[in-house]
Design a protein around this ligand. Structure first.
Ligand code: SAM
Length: 292
């Protein structure tokens, strides 16, 4: 079970496409966060993914991480926009964090995030300082339909630093201009082109491309999931979501979603999470086999 903990709703960026549904929620004070960690540890939790909002904005973030580690939680991952890395580098390097996902998004298209030079500098600093044996670094980009030619820049950048890269499909969020834009451009041909491009990149950079972290599904775009549909949705079983105030959600879209029937789960807003390398590789192989 992975716990995806939206540890704060606050962020130093305001990306229009962001799916963060907990933006306005009050976050738990330190004390309550530590108690929650105790409970998770008692339940046998082995993995927490800290996200948000921007986790590094929380002053007590590393106290929380350190407590989780002391309680025996082995895999402590963070999703960050990377802009506060320099400021928090000492704490980060000394921390028990085992995986750092840095959202580049904008490296492939600077119209979304415009701090790429600072970000690249921060990534280089991190790579220099962090022990890559005990802490994996992954550069994550949301696929922008217009930027297909530039995906390779991200993979090359990651490879030049000896770290991983990964791409994820944008999730449709209603009433959000930019994701509406992203998804409305997300036509079947384009999707196929992107998958083919990613497959080629995957063959070329097998060691660098990590996984497609999320597959977006909607009813009209099921074609690329034929034959790769998992039997069960992981919501509530493989992962749970914790909101900033400490509420437990089975998935990002429904607080309680206990159905084992994956068809009843799929909605226009549903995501399949394919976080593990092995699962992703299996999916890539299946897509490749399908494409003949
Ligand atoms: C919501 S952010 C929060 C953590 C941190 N502030 C960051 O930027 O990584 C977590 C991840 O979700 C991704 N994300 C945000 N909105 C998305 C969307 N509509 N579709 C797909 N991924 C999205 C971001 O790019 C980022 O990689």
């Amino acid at each position: 079970m992975e716990y995806i903990w939206n540890i704060t709703g606050r962020c130093n960026l305001s990306c229009e496409y962001c799916w963060d549904r907990f933006k306005l929620e009050n976050e738990m004070p330190t004390e309550a966060a530590l108690i929650l960690i105790d409970q998770l540890a008692t339940e046998g939790c082995e993995t927490i993914i800290f996200t948000g909002g921007e986790p590094l904005i929380r002053k007590d973030f590393f106290n929380i991480v350190s407590h989780a580690s002391q309680k025996g939680i082995k895999n402590l991952k963070i999703c960050t926009n990377g802009l506060l890395i320099k400021k928090r580098i000492h704490d980060l390097v000394d921390s028990a964090i085992t995986e750092i996902h840095i959202s580049l998004d904008d490296t492939i298209n600077t119209k979304f995030r415009n701090n790429i030079d600072i970000l690249k500098e921060n990534i280089r600093l991190l790579v220099e300082r962090v022990n890559l044996e005990s802490c994996k670094i992954v550069l994550v980009s949301v696929l922008d339909m217009e930027a297909i030619e530039r995906f390779e820049n991200v993979v090359e950048f990651a490879e030049s630093l000896g770290i991983k890269s990964s791409f994820q499909f944008p999730s449709l969020l209603k009433h959000r201009t930019l994701s509406e834009y992203a998804v409305s451009n997300y036509k079947e041909d384009k999707t196929r082109e992107i998958i083919e491009k990613l497959n080629k990149l995957y063959s070329k950079y097998t060691g660098t491309l990590d996984f497609f972290s999320k597959f977006y599904i909607d009813k009209s775009q099921k074609f690329y999931l034929e034959g790769i549909k998992p039997q069960l949705c992981g919501a509530g079983k493989q992962f749970k979501v914790i909101s900033p105030s400490g509420e437990l959600w089975d998935c990002y879209h429904k607080k309680q979603r206990k159905s084992d029937d994956i068809d009843s789960c799929f909605s226009e807003q549903c995501l399949i999470w394919t976080r593990s390398d092995n699962r992703a590789k299996r999916i890539i192989n299946l897509i490749n086999a399908k494409q003949g």
